[in-house]
Design a protein around this ligand. Structure first.
Ligand code: C2O
Ligand code: CU
Ligand code: CU
Length: 470
């Protein structure tokens, strides 16, 4: 039988070294950024994408001369990029060669719940499962896939299981702009180069590794000639990426579920919380030079003794003169989700409890810890609802719901309501401590959907609930 999460967690609760006290190994850096390898389509049929994805232990070399055992999709960290078009049918056979149950969750995709890799549908070690779904019109956007088995999600992701998924539009207004994908993850190694386990601090605040990686590389170099469109994934367990190009300007054109209605120009920083994605346009024209992609300090609130936030240099960026391509003023039309027919309230909180004589943090939604056999919310199919997500906790929590894209209506802080600055499709939104976020949401498939904090340690420690759509 598997080591239960509770057991392994209690192991973690023993006094251990703090992350910052572990002597970090040295990683090679400074190589040109590599693209994430694409998953090859095995089908000859038009509009069908078919492939095998094996989840298995694999060896890689992060530290020169040292082997690191990771858990990987088809032997790669990050896993292979799946790139399809709106309207395509996707058929992926998952082969589980891990020592634990796993699933593939298609983060953000509008697909039926029974194909979405819910914790209720584990694929046991040595077993296989075929996921099959069709991507509707209008679903073009930047998604990802990762495991979602009960109690093992955090571990399987930090061992390396996560990969990008892009749905292309039939008519893309930005198709003339060269693209680049940056999947950001982080890596925590022991001094001898093995993937480190979680310590007490990781369980409370979410795991942050010593190394921030882009496409699996440590501190790569990105060369931008003229104009580029970047898709950026925050695929870390818990790291808030307050992205900047060191004062250079960029334009936001898309969020989790695809393009905005209009470009948002002249940005210098943009906060990408765990699991969120953005599309930005970086134009070197008029701002040539050597800069960096930074994560600027962002205080998300942490418990216990933690080091002050510092700026992280994620990648070197060389902005070079080249063809400058104008961004159209109109990208697409996003219809409002319409009048809400029902309302739901979700309160995020933290609590301390005693278990087996040890103090343990609990992360709760409406005062309850996740129970796989309990339905927490019932919604009607195709009906727009207003959800009020209230963060009463001492730290920020990125809220995520499966199977659909929602629209943020407003945020409220100290009684002051701020309407969303633009309409956008999102499946993950940061809820700052002490803040309330109101969203409009609609589910278009019947069945069970997960909603949770995407700090994967918090999800594991209870901050998850089930929505039944009928
Ligand atoms: Cu990306 Cu339920 O998660
Ligand atoms: Cu998801
Ligand atoms: Cu959280």
């Amino acid at each position: 039988s598997f080591l239960s999460a509770q057991e392994s967690m209690h192991g973690m609760m023993m006094p251990m070294m703090r992350a910052e006290e572990i002597k970090a190994p040295v990683l090679p850096h400074g190589a040109a950024l590599q693209e994430v390898a694409k998953l090859a389509n095995q089908s000859q049929q038009p509009n069908l994408f078919k492939a095998d994805v094996t989840a298995a232990p694999a060896e890689t070399e992060f530290v020169t001369g040292k082997k690191t055992t990771v858990w990987a999709y088809n032997g790669r960290v990050p896993g292979p990029l799946i790139e399809v078009q709106e309207g395509d049918t996707v058929e992926i056979r998952l082969i589980n060669k891990l020592p634990q149950p796993t699933t593939i969750h298609w983060h953000g995709l509008p697909i039926p719940p029974e194909q979405d890799g819910n914790p209720m549908d584990p694929v046991l070690p040595g077993k296989e499962l075929i996921y099959r779904f069709t991507l509707p019109e209008g679903s073009a956007g930047t998604y990802w896939y990762h495991p979602h088995p009960h109690e093992y999600t955090a571990e399987q992701v930090f061992r390396g299981l996560a990969a990008p998924f892009i749905v292309r539009a039939k008519n893309d207004p930005l198709k003339d702009i060269p693209e680049r994908n940056l999947m950001i993850s982080d890596l925590k190694l022991t001094p001898d180069g093995a993937i480190a386990g979680n310590d007490m601090n990781d369980w409370m605040n979410g795991r942050e590794g010593q190394f921030v990686l882009v496409n699996g590389q440590y501190h790569p170099v990105v060369e931008v000639k003229g104009t580029e469109r970047w898709r950026i994934w925050n695929a870390t367990s818990a790291r808030y990426l307050n992205l900047s190009l060191g004062g250079r300007k960029f334009t936001l054109v898309g969020t989790d579920g695809g393009l905005l209605e209009k470009p948002v120009r002249d940005l210098q920083t943009l906060l990408l919380s765990p699991a969120e994605r953005i599309e930005i346009i970086v134009d070197a024209a008029g701002q040539e030079g050597k800069v960096s992609l930074f994560a600027e300090p962002y205080n998300r609130g942490k418990m216990g003794h933690v080091a002050a936030e510092k700026r992280i240099d994620i990648a070197a960026v060389n902005l070079l003169a080249g063809p400058s391509i104008a961004i159209p003023e109109v990208l697409r039309k996003i219809d409002d989700l319409g009048e809400a027919k029902a309302m739901k309230k979700m309160v995020f909180s933290e609590a301390m409890s005693m278990a087996n004589g040890r103090h343990m943090m609990l992360f709760l939604i409406n005062g309850k810890s996740f129970d796989m056999h309990r339905i927490d919310f019932i919604s009607r199919l195709h009906e727009t609802e207003l959800w009020e997500i209230i963060n009463n906790a001492d730290m920020d929590h990125p809220f995520h719901v499966h199977g659909t894209q929602f629209q943020v209506v407003e945020t409220e802080r100290n009684g002051v309501r701020t309407p969303a600055p633009y309409r956008a499709w999102k499946d993950t939104v940061n809820v700052r401590r002490g803040e309330t976020v109101r969203i409009k949401i609609r589910q278009d498939f019947p069945g069970l959907r997960m909603l949770h904090c995407h700090i994967l340690e918090h999800e594991m420690l209870g901050m998850m609930a089930i929505q039944q759509v009928k």
